[in-house]
Design a protein around this ligand. Structure first.
Ligand code: SF4
Length: 342
């Protein structure tokens, strides 16, 4: 961490005003918290987490749709992180249905191959996971397999955040994992300092230093602090696969309204694998729990510790909102590493 110390000293020397940078990645938040990076930074530099946890931004209406499927007797295959996210009437874990935790879509297909029952995979994630799901659909899985597509795309949410301006951000740390697939061309439309950063403490500090330098210079460009994994064009094959199978859709995010072209749904020729179509399911708009401020946390205008339920009523054992459930959720991360925030 000697290099990290050097970089953080440079940041401390350069910070001459209030800065607020957002990252959009649960893995970044976990690394920042685990390494106690906020304690190395000047008080005038704020790092906020945005909508970077795919489980957290899945709105309640989609969780309720999954619960509806369970009630209809399908086998639901899901990542473990979704199990305890509260829906309107309990969670997948408490549903009593046939809900199976899988490590990926391929495992859900294996389950479908071994049964005559309908198997639905809850397909959450950003551009990082969508290409794998697309490849699976192209491999022609059995007809009793389908996906509930809850995928989201990062740039439209960033556009929304910038248009609203409520978090008063000076720049963004772009999600390194997502950018390995997409590259960062799509982010060039945003006239704001941006940096692609990796996940070691030094990567994150270097990214922050580059952001501070851009702000001080009055510049706005995309610096790549993660060139060992990310290039401007990303992975063209993965992107092509994704758009061979999916098309964009206007979808709601938890804490956000419907954002144009921010989701992915299966194209018409693959709709027999679309659980929404197969089971005629509608995603309904659901009002949030009044005291939970996950919506504000996801928009970067509140921190977990500002929630009056944090670590009192709401804990990982008794989660009230999704941000306390997922290992990429800000509240769960802050709960896990809370000593390092003080
Ligand atoms: S602490 Fe719990 S109730 Fe509060 S914002 Fe986080 S998840 Fe929601």
């Amino acid at each position: 961490m000697a290099i990290g110390k050097e970089i953080s000293e440079k940041i401390n020397d350069l910070v001459d005003r209030d800065y607020a940078f957002m990252h959009i990645c649960g893995t970044h938040e976990a690394a920042i918290a685990r390494h106690g990076l906020r304690s190395l930074l000047p008080a005038r530099l704020k790092i906020v987490m945005g909508p970077g946890c795919p489980v957290c931004i899945t709105p309640q209406g989609e969780i309720d749709a999954a619960l509806d499927l369970v009630e209809r007797g399908v086998i639901l295959a899901t990542y473990g992180d979704l199990l305890r996210v509260p829906g309107s009437a309990g969670s997948l874990e408490s549903s009593g249905g046939d809900v199976r935790v899988v490590q990926g879509v391929h495992k859900a297909v294996e389950i479908a191959k071994g049964t005559d029952k309908e198997v639905v995979f809850i397909s959450v994630g950003f551009e990082t996971t969508a290409p794998t799901v697309a490849a699976t659909i192209l491999s022609k899985p059995p007809q009793n397999f389908s996906i509930l597509s809850c995928h989201r795309l990062v740039p439209p949410a960033m556009k929304w955040l910038l248009e609203q301006g409520e978090a008063h951000l000076q720049g963004f740390m772009l999600p390194g994992h997502v950018c390995t697939v997409t590259g960062y061309q799509d982010y060039e439309q945003f006239p704001v300092p941006q940096v692609v950063a990796g996940f070691e403490a030094e990567d994150i500090l270097l990214g922050l230093l580059m952001l501070v330098q851009q702000v001080r210079a009055g510049a706005h460009r995309i610096d790549n602090a993660y060139p060992r994994a990310v290039c401007r064009e990303g992975n063209p094959k993965a992107k092509a696969l994704m758009y061979q199978v999916f098309e964009t859709a206007d979808v709601e995010w938890r804490g956000f309204p419907v954002i144009p072209a921010s989701g992915l749904r299966l194209k018409k020729e693959f709709e027999h694998y679309d659980a929404q179509k197969k089971f005629e399911i509608e995603f309904k708009k659901v009002s949030k729990h009044t005291a939970c401020i996950c919506d504000k946390v996801l928009r970067g205008i509140a921190q977990p510790s500002e929630c009056r339920l944090f670590d009192r009523v709401c804990t990982p054992r008794t989660p009230v909102g999704p941000c306390m459930v997922s290992h990429e959720g800000a509240c769960k991360i802050w709960h896990t590493y809370k000593e390092k925030h003080q």
